[in-house]
Design a protein around this ligand. Sequence first.
Ligand code: SF4
Length: 719
Amino acid sequence: MRTDTHCPYCALQCGMTLVEAAGPDGAGAGRSGPRLTVQPRDFPTNAGGLCQKGWTAAELLDTPDRLRTPLMRAGKGAPLLPVSWTAALDRVAAELVRIQRAHGRDAVAVFGGGGLTNEKAYLLGKFARVALRTATVDYNGRFCMSSAAAAGLRAFGVDRGLPFPLPDLAGADAVLLAGGNPAETMPPLIRHLVRLRERGGLLLVADPRRTATARLADLHLQLTPGTDLALANGLLHLAIREGYVDTGYVAARTTGWPRVRAAVAGYWPERVERITGVPTPVLRRAAELLGTARRGYVLTGRGAEQHAKGTDTATAFVNLALALGLPGRVGSGYGCLTGQGNGQGGREHGQKADQLPGYRRIDDPAARAHLAAVWGVPAEDLPGPGPSAYELLDSLGTEDGPRALLVFGSNPAVSAPRSVTVRTRLSEVDFLVVADFVRSETCEYADVVLPTAQWAEEDGTMTNLEGRVIRRRRAVPPPAGVRTDLAILSALAARLGHVRGFPAVPEEVFAELRRASAGGVADYSGFDYRRLAAADEAFWPCPAPRPGSDEPGRPTPRMFLDRFGTPDGRARLVPVRHRPVAEDLCELYPVYLTTGRVLAHYQSGAQTRRIPALAAAVPGPYVEMHPQLAASLRVADGEPMRVTSRRGSITAPARLTDSIRLDTVFVPFHFPGVNDLTNPALDPISRMPEFKVCAVRVEPARRPAAGQAACGGGAAGDR
Ligand code: SF4
């Protein structure tokens, strides 16, 4: 038996085939079905390749500590013990009703995930807005690419990570990638960049570290963490000065150029060198390579976006791309590399605090009326926008904050910024429910844990980094005692009085999602399961040809070729200015910390840390640092180091490399404790935390910890 499906991890959503292993052995400890192996499959994003995570993905189904029965505590401090589904669901429903009666509807919060299928994201959002009628719902995708999404909406009126198919990159003359390391985070993507270079195209990478991707590049701009905005403005300044601006395109397809031109006048190369640390000749060369490319792309990743000024930083790169006439042209463009598996679809269908399905704004009366009609409820009953992810988590259990939290597909005890505080909040909330397939760190704070099915045990759809909608197929049944997220939501909704409107069958949910998205920015009404099974080219928007028709619609692989998604069809150039990081260096915290992903792990590591080969490859965090910084601290490679920020401290071995800046250390974030260090300062528009840079002290663990005396900057950014 062979099942064509996709990898459960990142947004590349590599094609793979699951094959039942021959022999009578059956599955491992986690399941009763057949054991599966992975074969790579030719798909446009991965071209037959997989990374180590994809190759080992089937092992997750058989992980020995797989949850197989609901768990419940008799009270705070009591152990989690197995109970029946009836007992668990009855308790959850009763507590939600009790808490909402006592404290109001918004006292129950819902927290979703960017790995949930479109169907789950949709039904979770509907569950929050219709069954619970709470405004307090958001998801961990807020921590992923909300800044690029906000910049895309601001400039283009539409947010689709890549508004073009990924293989288009190979046809370019130059690609600038700011703050992304796909050679480690999504290795098969590199095949497209290798083809680019084989054709004579050039790759430019901006990153504080000489990463595996930067080593492939023709030009590496090794900037100071948190200065990407100044870099982009500096490149635009040079593009203007050297005559690379496509004035015809700017006049015909954009608005706002005079103000942006004026805003970047102050970013002359020598000043940008002082801010970014990138030498003036390198800046000039980068502007020339990009400015003279006939076909070019500007791409951003989390390194440029996960900042308290992430929206403005992404906007600065959008401005650069627009000035060069790239977006909306075949063979050129701007895009961002989405991280989570369904980071794109997850924010389109209603689990985000400010959005309704179809990428509609929740404060738009027409959008509310449309969804109210689809859901069969009065529009005035739909709640308004709620708090963003970090604000939601940080308010749990406080006087005005939520008293109960339902978590689906997320592990915020590890992945949230200043996670030491978030763990305290999780322990203080009156009632916590976690639906997951393993006992994650967040489960340890739960009053009720609900065991869920995994990716290969259920059907659904995902939307990858290109806005391509793909079918995830069930290859094996879930273990006995385990339910799907949809079945859990359906059962809870029924207990809350909604016996209709919450189907547990993915195809039924998708049929409703199509109607809910019809006419929206992310219009899926032209898709259906049959069509998605037959075609790889299912890019949204794809409206149905006639209202209510079941005919297939026309997908949109390349967006903006005729007009942008703004009211006047023109892209909006928005002036943005560099500002310092939320927490700059000082005497007590004299080194920048930046965090990121490594090849062997994914997100909070709840999944990949359970795969033996991946755990063996990178068993824990490490502190990547320059040998000169190590020498100044008198430490050797492998020596335990203590890294301390204003929020917390971790100990991990030093890993010496001259590929990182002298003033910066890097720690992979897949492990508990690392995000205790990071800064929750939020972007004012996207509410993205400043994950990518904070000030730390680095010292050998053998020495006693230095005191926490105040120094300039205080708790800057803590808000
Ligand atoms: Fe899976 Fe991403 Fe690796 Fe592809 S690149 S195999 S989608 S983790």
